[in-house]
Write a protein of this length. Structure first.
Length: 259
């Protein structure tokens, strides 16, 4: 899995997350989480119910997922780094027009800043994925305590922003997984999530290049990586408009990564 370098945007995200890191050093994030919010329950930000721990998700596999729950002809559309007020709504619209459900790998600080978008993603039937607090692609070089803070604080931020819907996957920034991070995520019900097709849309290579990457590489495996934040994502939006119908024409169906 490729690592994405030169992301000045993430320097700003990291700075914004410093306060979160400081808080995390002195408090337990997991015990602060509430269970899923259902009809008649309190919304995000309400105190955790005493029995919230009982609703914690079951442990899942530590193996990095690539396969689709739609089988050999299934593909998984995954969208990283948001939500973003400019681009996430446009991508949601394209997905809606094509009847496609996707997995959104969200940065914790972005989810906290835009809870309305997190809720919109959930309302459209998409799944959530934990993409850490500050998208540090050197996480695999950091202490376990730092990895824990990044993963569990993001899980809490996303869950609260969604109104109680937990992320079902964990994607390490730049693929910087460690045995510890995979085990921690799995113990919180988040399947480690990889990818097979890197469209490199983050580099803005042009709509045609993004589309070509999907067409040329989908035979490598079903999980396709796009982005909805971190800069101008107009090429991504245009590429999705083209590639989603093409995939269906080739006999693919759209699913979610296996859990």
């Amino acid at each position: 899995m490729a690592r994405h370098g030169g992301r000045g945007w993430y320097g700003r995200v990291l700075a914004a997350a410093v306060g979160v890191t400081a808080v995390a050093a002195v408090t337990s994030v997991w015990t602060a989480q509430a269970g899923p919010v259902g009809a008649g329950q309190a919304g995000a930000g309400a105190p955790a119910h005493p029995s919230a721990a009982a609703s914690a998700p079951a442990r899942v596999s530590v193996d990095i997922a690539h396969a689709s729950d739609h089988g050999a002809r299934g593909v998984n559309i995954t969208i990283d780094d948001g939500p973003d007020p400019s681009w996430t709504p446009q991508i949601l619209q394209v997905l809606r027009e094509n009847g496609v459900k996707a997995t959104f790998c969200m940065v914790g600080t972005q989810a906290k800043a835009h809870p309305d978008l997190v809720k919109a993603v959930v309302a459209d039937g998409h799944r959530l994925c934990d993409h850490t607090v500050s998208h540090d692609t050197t996480m695999d070089k950091k202490p376990d305590s730092y990895q824990s803070q990044q993963i569990l604080d993001a899980e809490r931020m996303i869950t609260e922003a969604s109104g109680g819907v937990r992320p079902q996957y964990y994607r390490a920034p730049g693929g910087a997984f460690t045995p510890y991070s995979r085990d921690l995520a799995a113990s919180h019900g988040m399947r480690p999530l990889g990818w097979n097709v890197d469209t490199k849309d983050f580099e803005r290579p042009g709509t045609a290049a993004i589309v070509a990457a999907v067409k040329n590489e989908v035979s490598n495996g079903p999980t396709i990586l796009f982005h909805d934040a971190g800069g101008d994502r107009s090429q991504t939006v245009a590429a999705l408009r083209e590639v989603l119908p093409w995939l269906r024409q080739q006999g693919y169906s759209f699913g979610f990564p296996v859990r």
